[in-house]
Design a protein around this ligand. Structure first.
Ligand SMILES: [Zn+2]
Length: 488
């Protein structure tokens, strides 16, 4: 009788820590990695030949907006096909809980398609995710913008009052006690841009008590980025929380090259407090269509428009020419809408990705009609394009920035390493062929070279297709802290 449920045989293990590849069999029993043995030594009911392939921990996408995609699209093909086994949701200040208003509204519609997927508390939301049986795991941040909307109504163009801050603080405290892993803010966005530094600090105080993380889509990623970094670091210090700066970039042509300022600033600050950041491997970003962002982008592609049909995937310049008006006027006519902005420098992106504080996050937006290709391509692109082809960093280090380092920064206990006793979140890929195929023109396309993806011991993706495994779960801060203690 075979001792194990699954054995991945004869692969080269990239264990997630950055350690050099080594040949081994990896055995799975139940939801755990049960043994790692010399090549050919282990037997299982299901044996997967990984000769010539790399066996890595499942990738952790630390920057997503997949909160309700886990419920609506539980096979999570856009992520499982990349080797991703955990998505960190609720970034940029928007989360699906806690929210009590009857309407979805513009802000929440960025991550929510159905009102019933929005919940008044985190416990109810996590239960919805578990009930959907997603193929991969979710970990969830609470959005400061969502807290503001549910507490302040539509009166958002001001600092919150003392009693509103108290309410938001209590909602965050409750959510963390229920298993949310931290708080995100998006001070760049209209719902939160009038919040003061003090407001964010006072709302975020429970992070210190519960050891939750603070992620920040900063107030400014362009001309005033240094000031915004100072504000973010100050919030982390005053709250007593570890910081992750979201999608680090120097935005706009006039800011190209400024990584020579921001990266040393990260290095300095990292000596004094726990700071890290995530990066996506593209020179274009994507968010809502905003006329104040048009000037600093070299090119703007429309991803969706609620007002005018048939605009997805089109260049705003062509739309404006057709309408016989300025780009700003065209943008106004398309609202509400989403866009992709080409606004970064390739050298900056590479410098950011290879910094010691960098991990990989996609920032893909799951419900876009014409999404940014990062939604389907981020992780294979880092492995194939940046590590193998451009040799930006060795494969082992690329894997580390997608696995163990990410798990450490977000405190995802027993994940992110190929290690006996850890959860069986695994990705088997071909290092010679792995590559993204999603492009700005054709963004919905699974990557090549991802062989098998296992989440909690179940096969989520295999040979270019959904694997049928649906063992993902809503990860819970309290449970993970207990598990971390047992390990220590
Ligand atoms: Zn963001």
């Amino acid at each position: 009788m075979a001792a194990y449920d699954i054995v991945i045989r004869n692969g080269q293990v990239a264990d997630g820590t950055g350690k050099k590849l080594y040949a081994a069999d990896v055995a799975v029993k139940g939801d755990r990695i049960a043994a790692i043995g010399s090549p050919g030594s282990l037997r299982g009911d299901n044996e997967i030949d990984a000769n010539g392939k790399v066996v890595a921990p499942g990738f952790i996408d630390v920057h997503t907006h997949d909160d309700t995609a886990l419920i609506d699209n539980p096979t999570m093909a856009m992520k499982a096909s990349q080797g991703v086994t955990t998505v960190v949701c609720g970034n940029c200040g928007v989360s699906a809980a806690p929210y009590t208003r009857p309407d979805v509204g513009h802000w929440m519609s960025l991550i929510v398609k159905k009102r019933e997927n929005i919940c008044k508390d985190f416990t109810a939301f996590a239960a919805k995710v578990d009930a959907a049986k997603p193929a991969i795991n979710g970990a969830f941040l609470i959005g400061h913008g969502t807290l503001r909307l549910t507490t302040m109504g539509d009166d958002l163009n001001r600092v919150a009052s003392a009693s509103e801050i108290k309410t938001m603080n209590e909602l965050l405290d409750q959510s963390l006690s229920q298993g949310a892993i931290g708080m995100s803010s998006g001070l760049f966005y209209a719902v939160s841009s009038h919040a003061s530094t003090d407001e964010v600090v006072d709302v975020a105080k429970p992070l210190g008590k519960w050891k939750g993380v603070y992620t920040a889509h900063m107030r400014d990623e362009g001309d005033h980025i240094i000031k915004s970094m100072d504000e973010t670091f100050e919030i982390g210090r005053r709250v007593g929380a570890e910081i992750i700066v979201s999608h680090h970039k120097c935005s706009g042509r006039s800011n190209f090259g400024r990584m020579v300022e921001t990266l040393p600033k990260f290095t300095e600050a990292m000596k004094k407090q726990q700071i890290a950041f995530d990066v996506y491997p593209y020179v274009a970003g994507s968010t809502i269509l905003r006329s104040d962002m048009l000037e600093r982008a070299d090119k703007v592609l429309i991803t969706w428009s609620d007002k005018i049909a048939g605009m997805s995937g089109r260049d705003l310049k062509d739309i404006a020419a057709e309408m016989g008006c300025s780009m700003k006027e065209a943008a106004d006519r398309l609202q509400p809408a989403g866009a992709i902005y080409f606004m970064m420098d390739e050298k900056d992106v590479q410098a950011a990705m290879s910094h010691p504080g960098a991990m990989i996050g996609s920032d893909g937006i799951p419900f876009d009609a014409h999404p940014h290709p990062r939604l389907w391509g981020t992780f294979p692109r880092v492995l194939g394009h940046y590590s193998r082809d451009l040799k930006l960093f060795p494969l082992e280090d690329a894997v580390r920035r997608m696995t163990s380092y990410s798990a450490q920064r977000f405190h995802l206990a027993k994940r992110g390493e190929v290690k006996t006793g850890y959860y069986a979140d695994l990705c088997v890929f071909d290092p010679a062929t792995v590559i993204d195929t999603a492009t700005f023109e054709k963004p919905i396309a699974p990557a090549q070279g991802i062989d098998t993806v296992i989440c909690n011991g179940a096969i989520a993706w295999r040979d270019g297709k959904e694997g049928g495994g649906r063992a993902g779960r809503a990860l819970n801060l309290q449970q993970m802290q207990e598990e971390a203690k047992v390990e220590a």
